[in-house]
Design a protein around this ligand. Sequence first.
Ligand code: C2E
Ligand code: MG
Ligand code: MG
Ligand code: MG
Length: 288
Amino acid sequence: EADTALHRVKETGRNALILFAHEMHQAVAEHYALEQDLRRALAQGELRLYLQAKVDAHGEVWGAEALLRWQHPTRGWVSPGQFIPIAEDSGLIVTVGAWVLDQACELIAREAERGRVLRIAVNVSPRQFLQSDLVGHIRQTLSRTGIDPRCLTLEITEGLLLKGTADVLARMEELATMGLRFSIDDFGTGYSSLAYLKRLPLHELKIDQSFVRDVPRDGNDVAVIEAIVSIAHHMGFKVVAEGVESAEQQAFLIAQGCDYFQGFLHHRPEPATQWLERVGLARPPAGV
Ligand code: C2E
Ligand code: MG
Ligand code: MG
Ligand code: MG
């Protein structure tokens, strides 16, 4: 009887292993297929730039965040949460990221020609920041488009700050000297130390939406937000709250002293040109 039981366990184990190997194979094949598709996506114009407004406490649009969208010919919309990690792994992020930066700068330039100030924040992933000739590329793009560099913010994550500190710092200093702004995205969700905050040329912290979701009910989230706002303001940074969906959250965040707000309550991400037709932007000389 013990033998049959043992036999059964072995069988189950083997089946589980086969199932596991099969699922692994599926995942790898899926990853590879998406990577191949992404390679062609840029050339075939399947990537789109969306913008989501960043508003102030009065609901005035201060700027926007650029968010990538991929309309795949057969899969439909693929979310950046799915394809950005693949782009990172494969190194495609360098090309994809350069495309996003160029698009953003061209939009800023086009609006400037219409006499409007458009500020755009672009997400820059760790590999893009470290592997590409980011500084050279941005320098070229700025001179080609002639935009005010203060209109361009780079959103980086704590993950980057864990990578190559000296190199990261040097690049950030160079870009900040050129006039670009830096924002820490998803602030509070990474594992980096707070010590970097005083060493890096930062302008802004973005409170991750996981902390915003349950305020004002969740006392722990309230404490985290209070702490972030306090640290940021003492260090001279602006604070953006991400994922603001309700008027109640908004009221709480205003009372906490957050400077800017992003979320479905205000605007959903929208195709860039469509968004720009609809939204009111400041005209110079309103300070950049
Ligand atoms: P993120 O930079 O933190 O962007 C914020 C995400 O929150 C966006 O998701 C946005 O659509 C979503 N969001 C905005 N308001 C709300 C809200 O009120 N409620 C909820 N539940 N969500 C909201 P999305 O567009 O799917 O992008 C996901 C992530 O993909 C981004 O997170 C960013 O890390 C990455 N990503 C997007 N575009 C790019 C890009 O051009 N380059 C790089 N490197 N990463 C990108
Ligand atoms: Mg972001
Ligand atoms: Mg974020
Ligand atoms: Mg995120």
